[in-house]
Design a protein around this ligand. Sequence first.
Ligand code: TNX
Length: 501
Amino acid sequence: MLNAQQTIIPTPFYSSINTTKSYQVYRNIPVKSEGNISQSLLRDMKEFLGRKTLRVNSIQGEIKIELDEAMKTPSSFSMEVSAEGIRISGADAEGLYYGVNTLKQMIQRQKGLLSFCTINDHPRFAWRGFLLDESRHFFGKKKVLQYLDCMAQLKLNVFHWHLTDETGWRIEIKKYPKLTTEGAIGDYSNPTKPAQFYTQEEIKEIVAYAQARHIMILPEFDMPGHATSVCRSYPQVSSGGEGKRADFAFQPCKEETYELISNIMDELFELFPAPYIHIGGDEVRFGNQTWFTDPQIQAFIKQNDLKDERGLEQYFIRRIVKLVASKGKKVIGWDEIIDANAPTEEVVIMWWRHDRKAELVKALERGYQVILTPRRPLYGDFNQFETHRLGRNWGGYASGYNPIASIVAFPESIESYFKEYEDQVMGIQYSMWTERIDNADRLDYMTFPRLVAVAESAWASPKQKDLSQFMHKLYQFLPCLDARKITYFNPFDPKQTPEIK
Ligand code: TNX
């Protein structure tokens, strides 16, 4: 008989097992609750028991689900399997949700025959994220809902939705209809593809679906660079670079620009209840050449004592941070925004440039909260095996890819950089950029099963992490992906699944 550490993904913080005694769950087991428990959670548990291939029999004991306010760790739960049945205690709604989720995994894996055991569990990180880029290629509602289900099963809790970028604007904004009638046309493979985007009604439905699974949706509105799709739709706010990168950046010296951004944010904040908005802030220098020559912009830099174009970029970021704060939210931005020196209470840094550890250290030293999503090992558009050629790599195919093992080893692999600042590390995120991913099968293939390893690193305590045990559990988990009809790379037989195009 296996204990919870050996069967559950992600690995629980603590479990002890008595292998000589077990409790059989039958379909007709009563489900009881104590404290303020969500009705949908109870309904869900009952439905699960009814749906499964469990037998009906005369039973002893019950499943008891209770809120225990004495439990202090957020999102924590405990579970006890004994002759009396199963008791799940949760510190809060998330804890209860994860407790029920864990019990479902156990019943499924062990066909309802559970060894007596005790589990005490809580996440290592509060931020357990997954980014999906739907600007470069659009995958649509059905795919997003399926991924939210997978995330919930893996105890991931933030869906970072990259809905705006150079290629396309993917969300209906009532005040600026051209964002979708024009800005949503085309994708990375086909610039004339008819407009693809989410209506506000669809967004509301997806946000509610995520909320029911304790997943926060973080919208991203990329600025001042990567703003081509907005700038082409509303040229009065546009500036930018040369050639392909014309219209890449907002015109940072016009009041009209800030008005447009503010109005768009008002609609976004109506749709997304998250306390944060991601404002991008990356790679501005890729397409802001006109900032260096436009007389109006040059005069503005002088008038405002901004030193240079980089100073202007930082001015823009500080202004947006203030704007967002005035609307009661906080900003998250890519690590380029550290130097804007915006207040640490109002900004969270997402560190992505794995080759610039100094930026991570700088953010921590300056007191920012940080989320870790370095290209290596956490970008999903990177290859996952040495023979693969269609994804990105860094420094050569032989070693520049992101294998599962490197994800399981993260973030301990870089812990010397944040050791003294653990409290400021909110968590980790897998980021799925889609320039090179133009269909759902390839999206699945690049996401799975690596996302399972991300869940392990985001949830499990470092003391519990063990690569060979994880791989053993992953092998058992693959049928769950089959059941969901998800295409995946098989790390146990890499040659058998050729690289999916
Ligand atoms: C860098 S992540 C980007 C993205 C690309 C990604 C591709 C970031 C802040 N900028 O715009 O999609 O690399 O790997």
